[in-house]
Design a protein around this ligand. Structure first.
Ligand code: G6P
Ligand code: MG
Length: 222
C-alpha cells in the first residue's frame, strides 16, 4: 500500500542548477578552469566535494590542491551560492509542484526530502515549503551518494514507512537508480529516453499527476 513520497529537491521542486553553475563557474575561473553547461550537467545530484573533483579533473588540476585547499575552494563556492539563494522566492517553485504537494497532504501521505544539498532546509524555507515535509534526510549523515540507495532508504525510514510503500521522485539518472535500488517506486521527471529506468515518467513537473502515480503503483504491486 502506498503511504508516502520521497522527493529529490533540485530539478523536481525548484531549479537551483543555474545558481550552482554560476557559483562553480566563478570559483573555477579563479583557479584557471573554464566550465561549460556540459560539465554542469555532470554536477547534478552529486555532493559539493564530488562536484569540485569533477571540475578539477576537467581542468587537469586534480593533483594540484591539498585537502585543506579543496575545503577552502568548496567553502568559497558555497558562500557565493548561498548569496544567490537569497534571491529565491515561492515564485521559484517549479510549475505544478505546489498543487501536487497540496494534493499529497490532503490525501495524508507522508513526505520526506532526499536531497544531497546541505542547503536544502534554507531552500525549502525560501520557497515557503518547509511545512509540507515530515522529515528531511541530512546529507551529512550519509556514507554514500546517489546512485547508492542510502538517501532514499533513510527518507522512507524517517517517516516510518517501508521502501515498498514509498514513491521516489527524481530528475537525474543516478537518482532513479538510487530509488530503484532502494526498492521504491520510481517516478522520473524529464526526458523519458534519459530516465528510461523509471517505473513512471513525466516530461515536466506540470505533467505530474497523483492519480497517474497511484494507478501505476497499484498496477506494479498488484
Ligand atoms: C544537489 C545538486 C548538486 C549539488 C548538491 C550539493 O544534489 O543537484 O548539484 O552539488 O545538491 O549541494 P550543496 O548545497 O550541499 O553544495
Ligand atoms: Mg535533482
Amino acid at each position: 500500500m502506498l503511504k508516502g513520497f520521497v522527493f529529490d529537491l533540485d530539478g523536481v521542486i525548484t531549479d537551483t542548477a543555474q545558481y550552482h553553475y554560476q557559483a562553480w563557474k566563478a570559483c573555477a575561473a579563479r583557479i584557471g578552469i573554464t566550465i561549460d553547461p556540459t560539465v554542469n550537467e555532470a554536477l547534478k545530484g552529486i555532493s559539493r566535494m564530488e562536484s569540485l573533483e569533477v571540475i578539477l579533473r576537467h581542468g587537469h588540476r586534480e593533483n594540484d590542491f591539498t585537502p585543506a585547499e579543496k575545503e577552502a575552494l568548496a567553502t568559497e563556492k558555497n558562500n557565493e551560492y548561498v548569496g544567490l539563494l537569497a534571491n529565491m522566492t515561492p515564485a521559484d517553485i517549479l510549475p505544478g509542484m505546489q498543487a501536487f504537494l497540496e494534493a499529497l497532504k490532503a490525501a495524508d501521505y507522508k513526505l520526506a526530502l532526499a536531497s544531497a544539498s546541505k542547503n536544502a532546509p534554507t531552500i525549502l524555507a525560501r520557497l515557503g515549503l518547509a511545512d509540507y515535509f515530515d522529515a528531511m534526510v541530512d546529507p551529512a549523515t550519509l556514507s554514500h551518494g546517489k546512485p547508492d540507495p542510502e538517501i532514499f532508504v533513510k527518507g522512507a525510514e524517517l517517516v516510518g514507512i517501508k521502501p515498498s510503500e514509498a514513491v521516489g521522485l527524481e530528475d537525474a539518472v543516478a537518482g532513479i537508480q538510487a530509488i530503484n535500488a532502494a526498492g521504491e517506486f520510481s517516478v522520473g521527471i524529464g526526458d523519458p529516453k534519459i530516465l528510461h529506468e523509471a517505473d513512471l515518467n513525466f516530461t515536466s513537473t506540470s505533467e505530474v499527476s497523483l492519480a497517474a502515480i497511484e494507478n501505476a503503483f497499484e498496477s506494479k504491486n498488484a
